[in-house]
Design a binder for this molecule. Structure first.
Ligand SMILES: *[C@@H]1O[C@H](CO)[C@@H](O)[C@H](O)[C@H]1NC(C)=O
Ligand SMILES: *[C@@H]1O[C@H](CO)[C@@H](O)[C@H](O)[C@H]1NC(C)=O
Length: 300
């Protein structure tokens, strides 16, 4: 049995047993258009997320972010320097970086998708654990293990970078599992009093409704930016956990790297693809580009 199928089976079996009630399926909204400024930010941060897939950005703290595959030109044209790079390769595969960007006056925390995201989800989805981010908040244990492994290092790195650059804004980004993990970091830094903006590309669900509600109510409007491709199936996984809204939905069939501003619709409190099935299995990696170009052998 493929691990994805196994995963889905496990997930479905787990649904009834798991934590709080699944999110209520709301009436489908009609999405609204986004403006050029937000579009540009989505493009920019997709490149910071893509940079996490290039090993040298996660294995040697202190250097400039670059992508040998040429897929992060906006990042490369900035004056960046990593203040923390982390890569595990072990069971949680926690990988990413914290970097400063003097050109844009931002501190970026970025989490990479897992090398074998579907296997990884499959093996870890069933157990919900309580997390100390907010009252009643739970996460699925595998996602939480990823964050728990690196959280103190990240908090330390961001604290030091903020002290050195008090006028910089904190940005949290990632793709796939890494996009899901952004929610934990956002809740953490919110609790610590930071203003922060999140750009999450293809996030799965990682927490219960309490965690999603905490993020929705404690982060200011327009700071939570979850983007979902038309052909992405991760957003519906795992069953029994909750999505974070609003959702920015790429409402164009087919998996392609070119995404126009008119392709993207904002859904405030529902899912853009509530009534649609993913049209293929590779949409998950297409967010303005093939986001994991530095790791061509990762399937998703
Ligand atoms: C980091 O990864 C790059 C590959 O991108 C490799 O060439 C380099 O040797 C690695 N450095 C360390 C310290 O492992
Ligand atoms: C969804 O949000 C819109 C505005 O943001 C609101 O008008 C609508 O009533 C909401 N729908 C549901 C089902 O909550």
């Amino acid at each position: 049995m493929s691990s994805l199928i196994r995963y889905l089976t496990l997930g479905l079996a787990a649904t009834s047993a798991v934590i709080a009630a699944p999110a209520v399926v709301k009436e489908r909204e009609t999405g609204t258009a986004i403006d050029q400024d937000l579009y540009d930010r989505f493009v920019l941060y997709s490149q910071f997320a893509a940079a996490t897939f290039c090993d040298h950005n996660t294995n040697s703290t202190g250097d400039k972010l670059t992508c040998e595959t040429g897929n992060c030109p906006l990042v490369e044209s900035s004056d960046t320097k990593t203040v923390l790079e982390f890569s595990d390769g072990g069971i949680t595969d926690a990988t990413g970086y914290v970097a400063t960007d003097a050109t844009r006056k931002i501190i970026v925390v970025a989490f990479r998708g897992s090398i074998s995201a579907n296997n990884w989800l499959a093996d870890t989805v069933v157990v919900p654990v309580s997390v100390d981010l907010c009252d009643g908040c739970k996460a699925f244990s595998g996602a939480w293990a990823f964050y728990a492994e690196v959280r103190s290092k990240i908090v330390e790195a961001v604290t030091a970078a903020t002290k050195a650059n008090p006028d910089y804004r904190l940005i949290i980004t990632g793709h796939s599992i890494g996009a899901g993990i952004t929610g934990f970091a956002a809740a953490e830094f919110r609790k610590l009093g930071y203003g922060t903006d999140v750009y999450a590309y293809g996030p799965p669900r990682v927490g219960n409704t309490e965690l999603a509600d905490y993020l929705n109510t404690h982060l200011p409007d327009n700071s939570l930016n979850h983007m979902i491709n038309h052909a992405d199936f991760f957003f519906n996984l795992p069953p029994g956990y909750s999505n974070v809204y609003p959702e920015y939905y790429i409402d164009t069939p087919g998996s392609r790297d070119e995404v126009l501003i008119t392709d993207i619709k904002k859904f405030d409190n529902g899912s853009g693809h509530l009534d649609k099935l993913p049209d293929n299995m590779v949409g998950h990696v297409h967010y303005f580009q093939t986001i994991r170009q530095c790791q061509p052998n990762i399937p998703f």
